[in-house]
Design a binder for this molecule. Structure first.
Ligand code: TMP
Length: 394
C-alpha cells in the first residue's frame, strides 16, 4: 500500500482523551498526517493510533446527549425498517450508549462496543452487547451464537477501523444473503468543500469518499446499492451495501455518482494539496482573530468539548491564554481539561454565562441546536465564531 502524504496537522493527543491535571505529564502524542492511498484512492492517516488507546472504559463521547442525534437515529430506524423482513435480526457495530439500538427490539438486536462502560449500559438494557473490537474472530463468534444478520449497521465507526479489508470481509461473512450493511461516516467531499479539517483526528483513521469505499467493498464481497447524503457530523454519507451476490437493488446510479464525485477531486492530489494550503490559511486567520479579541479584553470560550476542537486547538496552538474555558453537557468531560492544550471544561446550566463575549463553535455541526438554545446570548450581543468554511463571525 503506497500512501502519498498531503497534509500534516502536527503533534496531536488522543482527541477524546479529556484529562485531569495529574495526567498532564504522561499524555500521549502522535503525528497526525494524512495521505492518499494510490491503489484504493482512500484518504487515510499515515500512521494509525492503536485502537485500545482511544476506545476504552473512559471513552467520553455520548451520542444520546444531543437531540439532533436522537432524532437522527429514530429517523434512520424508520427508513431502514421497510427494507427488512418482519422481526429482523440487527447488529450494530460501535453502539456507543445505545442511541441507535434503543429504537429496536432487545431480543433480536445485538451490539458490538469495545468501550466497556457503554457495553455494560446496553447489556443492562437487555441488548446482548459484545465488549470487543470488530474483527473476523468476533464475527465468527456472533455467527455461531446468533446466526446471520438481516441488518448490520454502523454509525461513525467504520472510519475508525484501520484494517478495512478485514472489517468488510467479516461483515460480508455475517450478513444474511439478502441482508443489508448500512453505515454512515463523515464525507470527504463535504470536508473538502467546508474546509473542515477538524474532521481529521486520531479516531478518524480514514475520511471516506464513495470512490474509495466502492473499491474496498468490492474486493471484500460487498457492493454499494445506495448512497444517502446526511447533514449530521458536518456532512456524512450513509452507504447502503449488500453482498455481491444479493438481488437487492435501489433506483440508484452508482456509476453516475462516482463520475460526479470524481469531478470534486476526492482522489486528485492537486485538489488535496490545495485543501492543505487552505487549512494553513484557516489556522493563521483563527489565531489572528483570537488575538484581536484578547487585545479587546473580550472573554472568549469554546462551545462543545469536541474531538474536532482537539485537532484545531493543537494544530493552531490555542490554549487557555486565548480561550478561557470550554463548556460541555457531557458529565464525563466536565471538570477535566482538553487534550493537549489543557483548557478547563466546565458545565454551565445555561452553557454561556453573562461575562462571555464570544463563543467559538467547537461543536459547529450542532450550530442550529446551539443557537436555538443560546438565543439569549445572541440577543444580548454575544457572538459565535467558527472556522467553517472559513474563519468568521456566525
Ligand atoms: P461531536 O461534535 O463529536 O458530536 O460532539 C459534540 C459535543 O458537544 C459533545 O461533547 C456534547 C457537546 N454539546 C454541548 O455541550 N452542548 C450542546 O448543545 C451540543 C449540541 C453539544
Amino acid at each position: 500500500m503506497s500512501i502519498i502524504k498531503f497534509l500534516d496537522l502536527g503533534s496531536q493527543p488522543i482527541a477524546n482523551g479529556f484529562l485531569t491535571q495529574e495526567e498532564f505529564a504522561d499524555e500521549f502524542f502522535f503525528n497526525l498526517s494524512v495521505g492518499l492511498d494510490e491503489e484504493t484512492r482512500l484518504v487515510t492517516q499515515m500512521e494509525y493510533v492503536s485502537p485500545d488507546k482511544m476506545f476504552n472504559d473512559s471513552y467520553a463521547y455520548r451520542g444520546s446527549l444531543s437531540q439532533t442525534m436522537r432524532s437522527h437515529f429514530s429517523e434512520a430506524t424508520e427508513s431502514l425498517a421497510p427494507h427488512l423482513p418482519k422481526s429482523p435480526k440487527v447488529l450494530e457495530i460501535g453502539s456507543n450508549d445505545g442511541v441507535f439500538i434503543k429504537n429496536w427490539e432487545t431480543k433480536t438486536t445485538f451490539a458490538v462496543e469495545p468501550c466497556s462502560n457503554f457495553a455494560d449500559e446496553t447489556n443492562n438494557l437487555g441488548y446482548t452487547t459484545y465488549a470487543s473490537f470488530w474483527d473476523t474472530k468476533l464475527s465468527e463468534q456472533i455467527m455461531s451464537e446468533q446466526g446471520c444478520m438481516d441488518l448490520i449497521y454502523a454509525a461513525n465507526c467504520m472510519c475508525h477501523i484501520p484494517d478495512l479489508d478485514e472489517t468488510f470481509k467479516a461483515v460480508s461473512n455475517l450478513l444474511a444473503p439478502e441482508g443489508l450493511f448500512v453505515f454512515e461516516d463523515p464525507s470527504l467531499v463535504e470536508m473538502l468543500s467546508r474546509n473542515s479539517y477538524d474532521q481529521i483526528y486520531d479516531e478518524h483513521a480514514h475520511i471516506f469518499s464513495v470512490t474509495a469505499l466502492n473499491n474496498l467493498l468490492n474486493r471484500n464481497g460487498l457492493k454499494i446499492i445506495n448512497v444517502e447524503a446526511l447533514s449530521v457530523h458536518g456532512g456524512s454519507n450513509r452507504i447502503w451495501a449488500a453482498r455481491s451476490d444479493s438481488p437487492k437493488t435501489f433506483s440508484f446510479d452508482l456509476e453516475l455518482y462516482l463520475v460526479q464525485e470524481g469531478m470534486s477531486g476526492v482522489d486528485n492530489l492537486g485538489v488535496l494539496d490545495n485543501f492543505a494550503t487552505k487549512v494553513l490559511l484557516s489556522k493563521e486567520n483563527l489565531i489572528e482573530l483570537l488575538h484581536t479579541f484578547k487585545m479587546e479584553d473580550k472573554k472568549v470560550i469554546s462551545y462543545g468539548a469536541t474531538s474536532k476542537s482537539t485537532t484545531i486547538f493543537n494544530y493552531c496552538n490555542i490554549d487557555s491564554s486565548l480561550i478561557d474555558c470550554i463548556t460541555d453537557t457531557t458529565p464525563e468531560k466536565q471538570g477535566k481539561y482538553s487534550p493537549g492544550t489543557h483548557i478547563r471544561i466546565v458545565a454551565a446550566p445555561l452553557q454561556i454565562d453573562d461575562a462571555v463575549d464570544v463563543a467559538f463553535l467547537g461543536a459547529w455541526n450542532f450550530e442550529k441546536e446551539i443557537k436555538k438554545k443560546e438565543h439569549k446570548f445572541v440577543e444580548r450581543g454575544g457572538q459565535f465564531i467558527t472556522h467553517v468554511p472559513h474563519v468568521r463571525l456566525v
